[in-house]
Design a binder for this molecule. Structure first.
Ligand code: 0L1
Ligand code: MG
Length: 267
């Protein structure tokens, strides 16, 4: 992050309470930059960090991290040009093929991603995709249900990072594989909604190789004074654009080599 923190501690706490309220009550709020147009990315990560500390203090358990906005399709869809990261807690995890409630989300959309489960700690700066692959226990397919809490799905990178990069729910499943047994760059995926193909792509869409996204995440964590511990579940970012879902829909992401992972949605 090239910029420094400009918000006062009081402003960080105020914005965190605003984001936490929107996430818990599932209400849309104006993007944060409307009130703080000079807000920097460092400010946004300060809000995200405060949000994480609040959830941990409330008994949520940190289970991993996600890289977001890592494909050109996602960046184009959201009008941004820099990836982001967000934290994942036990309260966001949902079992494979379970019914996921949408009444507690604002703008739910689905992404298909390659998830990594780490067997060794990783620390930046200077983390490379080779470091990531050496520290990976296994990979598996995942669905992320993102939820932007901003009015009309209109936001900028500063607002979305403060909103924990739209993290909301995630589902891991399919077939866990050793990363060494696969060419992680060329995995194809088809995302189906209600039996129709909604999007398709190949894993190279994620920064050229999904492990690059995890390296980027570890290097951002280093800037925040954090590292990635062994055992973390880490999502590398949507391979295609995100697909909106509503109650009654079901989705399945069919990955080459990694099997399928699905979810259905209820009100
Ligand atoms: O997972 C992600 O790619 C984060 C996306 C943040 C923006 C959005 O809500 O689509
Ligand atoms: Mg995602």
């Amino acid at each position: 992050m090239s910029t420094s923190i400009t918000l006062s501690r009081e402003d960080v706490v105020r914005l965190t309470e605003r984001v936490e309220g929107a996430q818990k009550r599932a209400v849309a709020i104006p993007k944060l930059t409307e009130e703080y147009p000079g807000m920097t990315l460092a400010d946004s990560y300060a809000v995200q960090n405060e949000l994480r500390q609040r959830y941990l203090a409330q008994g949520h358990r940190l289970v991993g991290w996600k890289a977001g906005l890592t494909s050109k399709a996602k960046m184009r869809q959201m009008g941004v040009d820099v990836p982001s990261i967000g934290f994942l807690t036990d309260r966001m995890a949902r079992p494979e093929n379970s019914a996921i409630t949408l009444s507690d989300l604002v703008h739910p959309r689905v992404e298909c991603e390659v998830a990594f489960v780490m067997k060794a700690d990783l620390k930046g700066p200077g983390c490379t995709s080779a470091d990531v692959l050496a520290a990976t226990g296994y990979v598996l397919p995942a669905i992320e249900i993102i939820d932007s809490r901003f009015h009309g799905f209109k936001f900028d990178l500063e607002s979305v990072v403060a909103d924990n990069s739209s993290s909301a729910r995630f589902v891991g499943g399919g077939r866990a594989r050793y990363a060494d047994d696969l060419d992680l760059r060329t995995l194809g995926v088809v995302l189906e909604k209600n039996g129709e193909i909604a999007a398709m792509g190949a894993s190279a869409a994620v920064l050229g190789h999904p492990a690059e996204a995890i390296a980027m995440l570890v290097n951002i964590l280093a800037e925040l004074g954090e590292s990635l511990p062994a055992g973390s579940f880490v999502m590398s970012g949507g391979i295609t654009e995100a697909i909106p879902v509503k109650a009654g829909d079901h989705v399945i992401a069919r990955f080459q080599e990694l099997g399928s992972v699905g979810a259905r949605f209820v009100a």
